[in-house]
Design a protein around this ligand. Structure first.
Ligand SMILES: [Zn+2]
Length: 679
């Protein structure tokens, strides 16, 4: 299924016409047409306007909006409008409102004021989704369904009695019996043995640390409970409008929701990304989330929201300096997006987001922002042929939510300073700097086509997952504190890395977390490299004390408590790091060379190189001009110029080359989201 009604790259944003008098709408659609906007996300927070009283609908205004959009060549990414229940629903049924871990019911007046498990809420969303589908299913503007909005942004979990009953049903399904739950949760510890499911509660605020296995199941349950809300609406949409693709906007690399599972349930992956303009490294952080979005369904995806300039929710909301909005949009496309859309079209006059930037700023058509909007619309048109083109990566980073949830359980870990996003970035940063294309894969995912697989951390690793890595014929890198527990968060006997011991050829004798400010040096590639946060006392022998004779020690600690101990090892093609070196580049360089992985292009620092099909993207994230030597000639789609050999790219500018020597160009851009990757 694809966005067959919209060709080329998507450009536009959230459109909230209900916040404006109708005479403004004519100007909106006229300016949208002028800017080349081809898609608008509508009705995201419109429930209280569309259904002002139970079962009584007011679709007239949205009818006129949909007609206006269509008449001006703008397709609708139409929301089911269920992101925030209307006041009448929560006043008639206060149990719809979510309850926090202390038992406080959170009131109406913001957004996402719902308990994910509430049958009243669920029934009401499904009824509205059906009404929307029946009303607009045949509307020519309808191109995509947008269910709810940014699930788990404010409401990831609810601790009410209804949620408790739902959690118990989920637990019964997972563990079969209360004895199964007792075994999985290790309830013999601290006297928690249960004799009936109705004794089990959500992990509400307790006097001390809560059972980490209970927390882990709670994380799984909360992701699943919201996914059920999504699926209930999706079923109705698929029944009434089977030809219209369904999405919900993800929130980059989000701890709360298992996006592998979620992506399977939708037709198109879309993402909201808000890199901080004040952070000079944010383009690297966001690149990882873009690569995740592309990897989730191994398809192009849509950047559904980004900011034209400042956001409204940081302590200080820095604007995007000239060039950055365009560069960030091109960056998303460079990483596989078939659209660069925004929150929002017209900057709000009131509400918590009135200072959030927009494509059409408060200053109107005379503003710098509006000129940038016009320029970006024109640029995205020039890149139309990029839509649908695939990305090929030979390196994969492993990311699994179960393991992440286990790793970041509060209060019971050797260190709270091992954070998965930072561990991922420790590898992703140098790969990005080297211009190497990267995919993400879930545990047990398809590894065919990859030459290098890196698991920055696999705290939770089952026997099945160990067998999956053992069967991978390429080069494997495993980061510290991996293979520690099974899927119930119970420690593997014999020590970490548990089921990975034979593959990696080491046993962890003791974890050696480093307090803040402590450095443990190691000698790596002939120089001293500091490790912070984490180290391990490794034995190059198995649990019974027999030596793994073929394990090489690549680096040893130098000085400090671990002086002379193995820090980084290799057995066959599998490298293990018992620590977190400040810079993993020396390890990475050797592994990439051994695996024959080449960069997309050789570029100076601060320049990002990616490839989609026959297109080479070169993005200069620095403020100074840079020189790049092109290995292949090509035509820059942004300027129409033919380029070869050494070229200069101005600061915060980009080149998108259609490479001359690559085979036949793809000409079909009608169904941009249907192409599988090359693998
Ligand atoms: Zn609840």
């Amino acid at each position: 299924m694809g966005l067959t009604r919209v060709s080329g790259l998507l450009f536009g944003g959230d459109y909230n016409p209900e916040q404006w008098p109708e005479h403004v709408w004519d100007e909106d659609v006229r300016l949208m047409a002028e800017a080349g906007v081809n898609m608008a996300t509508v009705a995201v927070f419109s429930w209280s306007r569309l259904e002002p009283r139970p079962g009584e609908y007011d679709f007239g205004w949205l009818d006129r909006v949909m007609d206006l959009l269509h008449a001006n060549g703008v397709a609708a990414d139409l929301a089911t409008a269920t992101a925030t229940p209307p006041p009448w629903l929560v006043r008639e049924h206060p149990q719809v409102l979510p309850v926090d871990a202390t038992g406080t019911r959170l009131d109406f007046g913001s957004r996402q004021s719902y308990c994910p498990s509430s049958p009243v809420f669920r029934t009401a969303t499904v009824r509205l989704a059906r009404a929307m589908a029946e009303r607009y299913g045949d509307h020519p503007a309808l191109a995509m369904w947008h269910i709810s909005n940014e699930y788990a942004d404010h409401t990831l979990e609810c601790f009410c009695e209804e949620s408790a009953r739902h959690f118990r049903r989920w637990l019964r399904e997972r563990h079969g019996s209360v004895d199964g739950l007792n075994a999985a949760w290790g309830t013999s510890c601290w006297g928690q043995h249960y004799t009936a499911f109705d004794q089990v509660n959500p992990p509400r605020k307790a006097p001390g640390p809560v059972n980490p296995a209970q927390l882990l199941d709670w994380r799984r349950f909360c992701s699943d409970a919201l996914l059920e809300c999504f699926e209930l609406e999706r079923e109705v949409l698929r029944e009434v409008t089977p030809e219209i693709p369904v999405t919900t906007n993800f929130m980059s690399v989000l701890h709360g929701l298992d996006y592998w599972k979620w992506a399977e349930a939708e037709d198109v992956v879309s993402d909201d990304a808000y890199p901080d303009p004040a952070d000079p490294t944010s383009h690297v952080t966001v690149a990882l989330s873009y690569d995740l979005m592309r990897s989730l369904r191994r398809q192009p995806w849509i950047l559904l929201e980004q900011a034209a300039s400042a956001v409204s929710w940081r302590e200080v909301n820095a604007p995007k300096p000239p060039g950055m909005m365009r560069l960030h949009s091109l960056q998303a496309v460079a990483h596989g997006a078939d659209g660069a859309m925004f929150f929002q079209w017209r900057q709000a006059k009131y509400g918590p987001e009135k200072f959030h930037s927009a494509l059409l700023p408060h200053g109107g058509v005379a503003s710098r922002g509006w000129r940038d909007t016009l320029a970006l619309g024109a640029d995205l048109k020039r890149l139309a042929e990029v839509a649908g083109t695939p990305t090929t990566a030979h390196v994969a980073l492993v990311l699994g939510w179960d393991s992440w949830w286990g790793l970041e359980a509060p209060e019971s870990m050797p260190s709270n300073r091992l954070r998965l996003k930072e561990l991922l970035q420790a590898w992703y940063g140098p790969l990005h700097a080297a211009g190497v294309a990267v995919d993400l894969v879930p545990p047990l995912g398809d590894l065919s086509g990859y030459r290098v697989v890196i698991a920055p951390n696999l705290y939770m690793c089952t026997g099945e997952q160990a067998a999956w890595l053992e069967a991978f014929p390429g080069h494997l890198v495993v980061g510290p504190f991996s293979g520690v527990v099974d899927s119930d968060d119970q420690v593997h006997e014999g020590g970490a890395p548990g089921p990975l011991r034979a593959l990696l050829g080491v046993t962890v004798d003791e974890f050696w977390p480093l307090p803040e400010g402590t450095v443990q040096s190691l000698r790596l590639a002939g120089r001293a490299v500091p490790a912070r946060t984490w180290a391990e006392w490794l034995r190059v022998e198995d649990a019974s004390g027999d030596t793994f004779g073929d394990t090489e020690v690549l680096a040893r600690y130098e000085g400090g408590d671990l002086d002379g101990q193995a820090a980084i090892t290799r057995r066959g093609n599998a490298v293990y790091l018992g620590c977190l070196p400040e810079d993993v580049t020396p390890v990475l360089t050797e592994v990439l060379a051994a695996a024959g992985v080449e960069p997309v292009a050789v570029v100076p620092e601060g320049v990002e190189a990616t490839r989609r099909g026959d297109h080479l993207f070169l993005l200069n994230h620095t403020t100074d001009p840079v020189k790049v030597d092109l290995a292949e000639p090509g035509t820059d789609l942004l300027t129409g110029r033919d380029l070869a050999g050494p070229i200069e790219i101005p600061g915060r500018d980009a080149v998108v080359l259609r490479l001359a020597n690559s085979g036949a160009r793809r000409t079909d851009t009608e169904s941009p989201l249907t192409n599988e990757g090359e693998r």
